[in-house]
Design a protein around this ligand. Structure first.
Ligand SMILES: [Zn+2]
Length: 387
């Protein structure tokens, strides 16, 4: 393991150069041209390290970048490395968040979430090629372009890749201090539509049944569905209704953001929404729920993968913790398929989606060595799935 660490430490300048090059090509999810520009640079750099690169064209989002590193005689299922190079920042954000190293921190738009993660995976692969040339498993890297808005145009591709893989390593940012993510909540939402009876507010107020008043009652009931102890988050994030003064409102809507720790919790919540009844019998309710990302549950397969990573970290003289997060990632999709998934293997830092976004420079090389060591260990292990 230690030669991997020495290699990665010596290659720190390469690592910084790669992160900065990717961060300087700003790539907000919604601007395909900008995302594709970053993707072209990424593809060129992946080819330069010996990967077979394919661009998977997308109409609305940026083209996905798939890179494969195949050993001479592959004899086991691939490991999938997953991440995204779209960011939440608009083009021009660099002026406010320059890409620079200061006080041991590399800052810049999208460095933590998650362009540093991409560079870490690339350095890990370089280390393997140099130091562990005899391998059994192909390594497939899939870098997507719409993770920040729910992965509509990449979900199918990444799920297909995951199904063919023995395990999935997600290079999303780590938890504070470098812990990986062995559980992520599922994210979804409910839309609540209330239909009332319109009437003139001055002439015939009793004929009207206000959809807005009814929604107000229902919002209080919905708030009560929140159960923080069980990790169920329920928040009404938008409510609107009515037309103008003089008219008792016929329509009102609410959008409810929901986070659940398990699929079972989602089912229970859906049942609670289905049981909502109007207080004013002249109004009616319609509730529709969508689970955008299923929960990443801490299954035995996830724990086994984490324990493998922790053992590798130990061999490198590092400690590796684990934790849970409320935010979702593409790891939620792969874990829900039953493919062992370890998330949060990316950079150590802070400030995802915030102006102080940065990664810790000293933690980069050890992290790359950890990823390389984990890939080597997984290459040697017979993993139940696919092998
Ligand atoms: Zn991310």
């Amino acid at each position: 393991m230690l030669p991997l660490l020495s290699f990665c430490t010596a290659e720190q300048p390469w690592l910084l150069d790669t992160i900065e090059a990717l961060a300087r090509l700003e790539s907000p999810t919604t601007e395909k041209t900008a995302v594709d520009r970053c993707g072209a640079e990424l593809a060129a750099r992946l080819r330069a390290i010996g990967a077979a690169v394919t661009l998977l064209p997308r109409e609305r989002a940026g083209d996905l970048v798939r890179a494969e590193i195949t050993p001479q005689a592959p004899s086991a299922a691939p490991i999938l490395i997953l991440g995204h190079f779209d960011t939440v920042w608009p083009v021009g954000q660099l002026a406010r968040m320059p890409c620079e190293v200061h006080d041991g921190r590399l800052s810049g738009p999208g460095v933590f979430d998650m362009k540093a993660g991409i560079a870490l995976a690339m350095l890990a692969v370089r280390a393997l090629q140099m130091l562990v040339p005899d391998r059994r498993r192909p390594i497939v890297m899939l870098w997507t372009t719409d993770e920040e808005v729910g992965s509509a145009s990449s979900r199918e591709v990444l799920e297909d890749e995951a199904r063919q893989s023995a395990a999935v390593l997600v290079l999303e940012p780590s938890l504070p201090g470098g812990a990986v993510k062995t559980a992520r909540k599922g994210c979804g939402h409910f839309e609540v539509a209330v239909t009332g009876v319109a009437a003139h507010a001055g002439l015939e107020p009793l004929r009207g049944a206000s959809a807005v008043a009814e929604l107000a009652h229902q919002i209080l009931r919905i708030n009560a569905f929140q159960d923080l102890e069980r990790g169920v988050h329920v928040n009404v994030v938008r409510a609107n209704g009515g037309l103008q003064s003089n008219v008792i409102p016929e329509h009102a809507h609410a959008l409810v953001d929901v986070r659940v720790p398990t699929s079972q919790a989602w089912g229970e919540l859906a049942a609670s929404f289905a049981e909502l009844k109007p207080i004013d019998f002249r109004t009616s309710l319609d509730c529709r729920g969508v689970l955008n990302r299923p929960p990443l549950e801490r299954t035995p397969a996830v724990v086994e993968l984490f324990e493998t990573a922790r053992a590798v970290a130990g061999d490198l003289g590092l400690t590796l913790g684990e934790g849970e997060t409320g935010g979702g990632s593409d790891g939620n999709f792969t874990a829900a398929l039953g493919v062992p998934t370890l998330d949060g293997l990316g950079a150590v830092g802070a400030g995802a989606h915030a102006l102080d976004e940065h990664v810790l420079v000293d933690a980069l090389a050890p992290r790359a060595a950890l990823i390389a060591g984990l890939l080597a260990r997984l290459d040697a292990l017979a993993l139940q799935r696919q092998d």
